[in-house]
Design a protein around this ligand. Structure first.
Ligand code: C5P
Length: 233
């Protein structure tokens, strides 16, 4: 079940497809994350195109709206034949339940649905001051993850360093999907709470989301294989 998801953070379909061309002869088709930049830039067609090439897709649009709008939007996204998508847990349990309903196809199948708890760019200080949440960031993340579980979701996106907290709170079957991955011998870029693919496996991540260490590598296929080697083996 463990897998490496490549964050395909490109602004145009041409750039994304040219990047994925490099993996044509790779025996393992990478799981690909399409985020807001690529989705809003290239439109839903990019999802169909990448899917048709045989990749699994995590559509990272982080929905957060009234339950009715989220339900109807998820129905549209489910029709794109994606494999995983997400919402903000801050939208409430009712909104997460509506998302799940919208995603579930008539035959009962659905993509995996995970929740964002607190963005890793939000510090405890900003959460308390800007959002007026009077708790520690750990308490907030654990509470939002428990809400996601209660709503029936499959897991959360979190920092790898929070994966064990999530598993303690929600059980080991509840998925931790973790960005913030860097090789031991590489730069951290703008990520602060980072870890290596090997350490993410030890801590209990189910999926790692890796962007620049693969997309900006001199040899992206070798970097991807290194992630697989460290994380999945
Ligand atoms: O290039 P890098 O490996 O830092 O990319 C990480 C990916 O994970 C990006 O697409 C980023 O938007 C996403 N992400 C993140 N932290 C979160 C949620 C998503 O880095 N909390």
């Amino acid at each position: 079940m463990k897998d490496v998801i490549i964050a395909c953070d490109f602004g145009t379909a041409q750039q994304a497809l040219a990047f994925l061309d490099k993996f044509e002869n790779c025996p393992r088709k990478p799981f690909v994350k399409i985020g807001m930049e690529l989705f809003y830039g290239a439109g839903p067609e990019i999802v169909r195109t990448i899917k048709a090439r045989g990749h699994k897709i995590f559509l990272d649009l982080k929905l957060h709206d009234i339950p009715n709008t989220v339900r109807k939007t998820m129905k549209v996204l489910s029709g794109l034949d994606i494999d995983m998508t997400n919402v903000h847990a801050a939208g409430t349990i009712e909104m997460m339940k509506a998302a799940l309903e919208g995603l579930t196809r008539e035959d009962g199948t659905r993509p995996l649905l995970i929740a964002v708890t607190q963005l890793t760019s939000t510090s405890e200080e900003r959460m308390q001051k800007d959002l007026l949440i009077n708790a520690t960031i750990g308490e907030t993340i654990a509470h939002y993850a428990a809400n996601a579980k209660e709503a029936g979701l499959d897991g959360v996106v979190c920092s790898p360093l929070e994966a064990s907290l999530i598993k303690e709170t929600c059980g080991k079957e509840f998925m931790a999907v973790t960005p913030g991955i860097r090789f031991a011998d590489a730069a951290s870029d703008d990520q602060v709470r980072i870890t290596t693919p090997a350490r993410a496996r030890e801590i209990g991540s189910d999926f790692i989301v890796v962007g620049r260490p693969i997309t900006a590598a001199e040899d992206p296929v070798a970097a991807y294989n290194r992630c697989i080697e460290e994380f999945c083996k």
